[in-house]
Ligand binder design. Structure first.
Ligand code: AMP
Length: 433
């Protein structure tokens, strides 16, 4: 029989990994809450048109990386249009903002979300086909202070993570619909000179989306990118002022940043500010941990009123890799602290009742009830990391008592059943709510 395997570019998150996920999720949610971001979650599937219109028909994500979802036979595509797994989160949040009437809420609206994204790219280290993003969006605020506060959330996250490597913010402005066309023309003219050096795919890319070329992570194009015209030189007065004041706010917040005049992002909806957080030794941003920017035109693109907005997305797998590499001590969750060992059929019944009672009291309890031998149950208790074992034999049933064994010291004593919960809480130092 052919072996069934997980799809390429996906990962199983194993029990041993969850302490990292929980650590990161708790930290992200705490920091988001401290700046008044509220959680929102949107479906994993959306109409393909949503991404075509927002992420952009000429972006790599839409051109090459979408996972399409087939409709059930007989269900017409005409009604709903084609469906796709979401490759990123902002488009769905903005769709929900319009569809659910969130524009009626006090603005700016601060939202965060956390969940899986799907991109059909070539799997490699740090690049998966299913991965998780934590994203924040501030909708209804055009002031540069919102950009600064968005960068601040990212900055606070990396400060709080206490990773070993040094991380920096890289930032640029790619202008707006008014000033960008002039820059794009300049860039196109510049890239024309190099056309014969490009392979077919890059030629195509350059003609469809010259800005996207600057996002090229290929070493061989590095010097061409480096010498390319810079958007900062073509900003209109308003975009220039916006960027300048943003940098002043970042100074005010003591956020260290590098101006990166060729930084662009792979999604079309950005205007003005774009930024990333990456490790200091990642010069091209190939393994950026967080990316974001301003997207003032996106809500209008989806049929809403002109509404400025700014946000970012952080790649959770990449951050977890860094947490592991940094060997940050993360507490194991208090699982299976108490192990029940039973000797005989009647004791087993009592053991089941005890499991229910202990768990109900908020204490994590474990057991291997199909095992009959005392030794093998004790061995399992030891291996599973239990701190205490409760031993139930025929005598204890008669006496209404249990034997409580400390797994570390090996010491044991008999305790009246009525006093057991109290004793467990005292030994495990569990405080009453
Ligand atoms: P983007 O949505 O492309 O702006 O990416 C934001 C962040 O998501 C990146 O900085 C990465 O940390 C993460 N990311 C993007 N694509 C992938 C992927 N294919 N696999 C893992 N993480 C990703």
């Amino acid at each position: 029989m052919e072996k069934i395997q997980r799809p390429r570019g996906t990962k199983d998150i194993l029990p041993s990994e969850f302490r990292y996920w929980n650590h990161l999720t708790n930290l992200l949610e705490h920091i988001a809450a401290c700046q008044s971001f509220k959680r929102i979650e949107t479906p994993l599937i959306e109409q393909t048109a949503l991404f075509n219109r927002t992420v952009g028909e000429t972006s790599d994500i839409v051109l090459k990386e979408m996972f399409f979802v087939s409709h059930k036979e007989g269900e017409s595509e005409e009604k709903e249009g084609s469906l796709a797994l979401r490759p990123e989160g902002t488009a769905g949040v903005v769709r929900a903002y319009l569809e659910e009437g969130l524009s009626q809420e006090p603005q700016p609206l601060r939202l965060y979300s956390l969940g899986p994204m799907f991109r059909h790219n070539r799997p490699q280290k740090g690049r998966y086909r299913e991965f998780h993003q934590f994203g924040i969006e501030t909708i209804g605020e055009g002031d540069a202070s919102a950009d600064a506060l968005t960068v601040l959330v990212g900055w606070q996250i990396f400060n709080a993570l206490k990773l070993k490597k040094e991380f920096i913010v890289v930032i640029n402005s790619i202008g707006c619909n008014i000033c960008r066309p002039r820059y794009l023309q300049k860039l196109k003219n510049y890239l024309k000179e190099y056309l014969e050096l490009f392979d077919e795919e890059t030629k195509n890319r350059v003609s469809l989306n010259p800005l996207g070329f600057l996002d090229s992570k290929e070493e061989k194009y590095h010097s061409i990118v480096e010498a390319a015209p810079q958007s900062l030189d073509y900003l209109c007065d308003e975009c220039k002022a916006h960027f300048q004041i943003l940098l002043e706010y970042l100074d005010e917040l003591s956020i260290l940043y590098d101006l990166s005049p060729h930084l662009v992002r792979g999604l079309d909806y950005y205007n003005r500010t774009v930024f990333e957080i990456r490790s200091k030794d990642d010069k091209t941003g190939k393994n950026a941990l967080l990316g974001g920017g301003r997207y003032d035109g996106l809500i209008e693109t989806l049929g809403g009123p002109a509404t400025p907005a700014v946000g970012f997305a952080l790649g959770m797998e990449r951050v977890i890799e860094e947490i592991k590499e940094s060997k940050i001590p993360i507490k194991k969750p208090p699982l299976g602290e108490v192990f029940i060992i039973q000797l005989g059929e009647r004791a087993k019944k009592r053991a089941i009742a005890l499991i229910s009672q202990i768990a109900q009291n908020g204490i994590s309890v474990n057991s291997a009830l199909s095992k009959d031998s005392f030794r093998s149950q004790l061995r399992t208790a030891d291996k599973s990391g239990a701190r205490l074992s409760i031993i139930l034999g025929a005598r204890e049933l008669l006496d209404h008592s249990v034997i409580l064994k400390d797994m570390k010291s090996g010491g044991q004593e008999t305790i009246e059943s009525d006093k057991l919960i109290e004793e467990l809480k005292a030994r495990l130092k569990i405080k009453e709510e």
